[in-house]
Structures are given as C-alpha cells and as structure tokens.
Design a protein around this ligand. Structure first.
Ligand SMILES: [Zn+2]
Ligand SMILES: [Zn+2]
Ligand SMILES: [Zn+2]
Length: 252
C-alpha cells in the first residue's frame, strides 16, 4: 500500500496570502503546504481522501491516473471545494466518481454544488455518485474501518485501511473509537499548531494521543504556519513522530 500526501496544510495553506512570517517565506519546499489530502494506492484501487480547493493542482502534481473513490471527512470548504474538477476523470474514464460522504456532508455538497445536483442538467457537469458513509464498509473487497470523532462539535470521519489510519480535523475522540486504532503501522493525525485551538489538536495534544495509540510511526498533517519551520519542529519530536510534507510517500 502506498500513501502520497497531496497536501498537508490547514485551511489557508502555506504560504498564507499576504503573510511575511519565516514559515510563509521559507525557501524549504517542505514549508509549502497545499490543503490536506492523501492519495492511497492499494489492491489496484486509487482512493483520495478529501478534495479541497487545491484538488486540480494536486491531481496534476502527483499524476493521479484515475480515482475509484473519494472519501470526504467533513464538509468544511478546505476538504470539498475542489470537487468540480472530478470532471476530468469523468471525461477520461466515462463514469461518475463515487464520493463517500455522510448524509450531513451530502447536504452540504448539494448546497455547494447545486448545479451538479439540479434536475436541469446541462452537458459537461461533474458527475458525482454520492454513496452514504456511515460505519465500516468494503470497497471492492477492501475493508475500510470508519472512525468517528469530533472537530469541536462537528462530527468527522476518519479511515483505517489495513494498518494505516488517517484522522484529520480532530479535537476529541471517544475510547471505543480509539480501540479501532490499535496496532497501527502508520497513523496520520492532524495537529494545527503549538498553541491550543477550539476545534483542532495542538502539537502537544496530538503527541499525547499518539503516545496513547502507540502506532509504529505517526505523521502530522493539516499544519498552520504557526506550527513553525518543518526543519525546526521536526527536531523536537519523539523518534517515531514526523511532520508530513507535500509529496511525501509512505509504503507499508
Ligand atoms: Zn480542515
Ligand atoms: Zn505566515
Ligand atoms: Zn475542518
């Protein structure tokens, strides 16, 4: 299984428009972060988690050849805004894209992309096949474990595929959901910044959760420029914890 980080930034991305801080002006390409998303290749399937505003650029940059499914974690714009560009795959492969989303997220998609779901369809519209996401399911025989947690008050879905789990935009998670995250080789977890935040784990909170879940390796994503420079923050982490960066590829 191969996991490619297509984006590792929070909702504003890095650099932030007009910001002149040392992270936003860093010449280290690891400090440049598009909005968070991953591409997973396993069992001949291509799965993308989230499709934020950088989706087009991310598909081009990573040369994603086809998409079997897009899993949507939650309805915030930085996770759905790029969905119009699934058109390219519709045209090339002559099929709609399967989008897995909770009923609440589906309502948001129908609002945000009203033209896609209107009765009055004109040619060339994106074709999105909405599939209701609730609990564990199989994608062409591949078991997907669905993890529930909260982003302050908003419910979000995380995903475990084999021994890799992806949890973004998380603030709190119940014990019974943590139990689904035992014996992981790779945990990808969001950590916004060093300071506390109402709806995201801070660096310290993320490290605490990692210690509790005890994966072999953990990668932090969905970073704000307030986290600091990739190179400097990396030095402060435990040996099994890493800061993800755009383009990083993991194999397990
Ligand atoms: Zn987000
Ligand atoms: Zn900045
Ligand atoms: Zn969010």
């Amino acid at each position: 299984m191969k996991t490619t980080f297509l984006g590792t930034g929070t909702s504003q991305g890095i650099p932030v428009i007009t910001c002149t801080c040392n992270v936003c002006t860093s010449s280290d390409r690891k400090d440049n972060r598009l909005r968070s998303s991953v591409w997973i290749e396993t069992d001949g399937l291509n799965i993308v988690i989230d499709a934020g505003p950088d989706f087009r650029q991310q598909m081009l940059r990573a040369s994603v050849p086809d998409i079997d499914a897009i899993f949507i974690t939650h309805e915030h714009k930085d996770h759905i805004a790029g969905l119009d560009d699934v058109r390219a795959y519709n045209f090339k492969h002559k099929k709609p894209i399967d989008i897995y989303a909770t009923p609440q997220v589906q309502e948001a998609l129908k609002r945000e992309f009203a033209y896609v779901f209107s009765d009055n369809k004109y040619p060339g519209l994106p074709q999105m096949n909405l599939i209701t996401l609730d609990s564990d399911f199989e994608l062409k025989n591949l078991p997907i474990t669905v993890i529930d947690y909260l982003h302050y008050l908003l419910p979000v879905k995380g995903f475990r595929i084999n021994n890799m789990a992806y949890l973004t935009d998380i603030k709190s998670i119940e014990k019974k959901e943590k139990n689904k995250l035992e014996n992981l080789d790779i945990l990808i977890l969001s950590a916004l910044r060093k300071g506390e935040h109402l709806s995201h784990l801070s660096l310290d909170e993320a490290l605490e959760l990692i210690e509790e879940l005890n994966p072999k390796k953990a990668y932090l994503t969905h970073l704000s420029h307030l986290m600091g420079l990739h190179e400097e923050v990396s030095k402060e982490l435990p040996p099994n914890v890493f800061i993800a960066y755009d383009g990083l590829v993991l194999e397990n």
